[in-house]
Design a protein around this ligand. Structure first.
Ligand SMILES: Cc1ncc(COP(=O)(O)O)c(C=O)c1O
Length: 409
């Protein structure tokens, strides 16, 4: 134990926030198990990814089978798991979203989407929400405003922030935002990249009608609309994709976290027209792990489980149960100022940001891992995203621990 933390101090680069002071030994379903024998309910699904819980037997079986049979390939070679997953993903989406590239991480999928949008439009300017998170690589980070902008030199020229939508007259806010974008633009607007529900921004759900209006703004300017469903895709919000609520179909969709359900798999999905234009212009996004069979096989298993167990409906049902529990906490604790979100992606806002860390620690002591947006500059919002396979008893346990933790302050 002592040497473990000494080694951490001596040998690990600190990459953001603080390390949770537990040695995690194993995980199964909705629980983590620490080396000293404690059981911790994982209400963040790892890093918001493990929608089937930890070590789902079907995923374990697929990894065992696939790694023994075909693990990794030259990036220009194809295998059945990759082509099957591309076809099956397209089948879950509106007909125009038919072309798929399989990658590894969320940032990488956004990097590829932005690269494609720039190539196809022949332009380079990118609009994103002021509380966005799209990843840590260059173009994704240039479109990320909720953290990490300072100290790394110039972001890509031509990146503009618009306000994350708020209640009230959002249309007037959007009109004003694009007046400012137009004023600053050098006439090269390529794309707008947004999350359907801003997660790192504090679980902000844009009002109905917002995305249709945003898409009109894009169309008027010849910009492509990129939706980043890293956290919202694959059933978590109660529908297969969060954009289904809004009646819009993006020009490019990016998927990551939930697609591999904890393994590193991401996808860029677009129309045949955009893909053809990109190809005609020699689109290049050639990476070591593009079209890798091992994780593609896992993606197929994730789709199997989501479809067979109707986890979209389950997320909606469990989401309502969770919401009830959290609303009940909010009604009894004045510290809680809001409960919001959709399906099993929920935010609980507390009034006093300085209590975020102590409440998180208290939860951990009581056996619940929660993610408070802890990094400086972010708000006091707990992000709650249990696996879609969680039981109602596990949700009730998490809610009761949170209740006790909040009640102790
Ligand atoms: C909406 C969204 N997009 C992209 C990313 C980046 O994904 P990754 O960390 O896999 O690069 C994240 C990560 O938190 C995210 O929440």
């Amino acid at each position: 134990m002592e040497t473990f933390w000494d080694d951490v101090d001596r040998h690990l680069i600190r990459y953001g926030g603080t390390f949770t002071r537990e040695i995690i030994d194993s995980a199964s379903g909705s629980f983590l198990f620490t080396e000293d024998g404690r059981r911790v309910l994982d209400f963040t699904s790892g890093q918001m990814s493990g929608i089937l819980g930890h070590s789902h037997p079907r995923v374990v079986e697929t990894v065992r089978r696939q790694i023994a049979n075909l693990d990794h390939l030259f990036s220009g070679m194809l295998s059945r798991p990759v082509v099957d997953l591309a076809r099956r993903l397209a089948e879950t989406l509106p007909p125009s979203l038919s072309k798929v590239q399989l990658l590894t991480t969320g940032a990488e999928s956004n990097e590829a989407a932005l690269r494609m949008a720039k190539l196809v439009t022949g332009k380079h300017e990118v609009v994103a929400f002021a509380r966005s998170w799209h990843g840590m690589t260059a173009a994704a980070a240039a479109a990320t405003y909720s953290a990490g902008r300072k100290g790394y030199g110039p972001a890509a020229p031509g990146n503009f922030a618009i306000p994350a939508p708020s209640a009230g007259d959002w249309q007037a806010q959007l009109d004003l935002a694009f007046d400012l974008v137009d004023a600053q633009s050098v006439g090269s607007l390529a794309a707008c990249i947004v999350e359907p529900i801003l997660s790192s921004g504090g679980i902000l759900e844009p009002p109905p009608g917002y995305f249709a209006a945003l898409q009109r703004k894009c169309r008027e300017r010849g910009m492509l609309l990129i939706l980043d469903e890293a956290q919202t895709g694959l059933c978590r919000t109660g529908t297969w994709y969060a954009f289904e609520r809004d009646g819009v179909v993006p020009d490019i969709l990016t998927l990551s976290k939930t697609l591999g359900a904890g393994l590193p798999l991401a996808a860029v999905v677009t129309s045949a027209e955009i893909e053809a234009e990109a190809h005609a212009r020699n689109y290049l996004f050639f990476t070591t792990h593009v079209s890798d069979p091992l994780v593609a096989a896992v993606g197929n298993t994730v789709l199997d489980v989501l479809i067979e167990e109707r986890l979209d409906e389950r997320a909606a049902k469990l989401g309502a149960v969770l919401r009830n529990g959290l609303t009940d906490i909010a009604s009894r604790h004045p510290l809680v100022t809001d409960v919001r979100g959709r399906g099993l992606l929920v935010g609980l806002e507390i009034a006093d940001e300085s209590l975020s860390a102590p409440i998180t620690q208290k939860c951990l002591d009581l056996g619940l891992h929660m993610n408070i947006v802890q990094m400086p500059g972010m708000g006091g919002v707990f992000r709650i995203a249990p696996p879609l396979t969680a039981t109602e008893e596990e949700l009730a346990l998490g809610v009761s621990i949170l209740d006790e933790a909040i009640g102790s302050f």
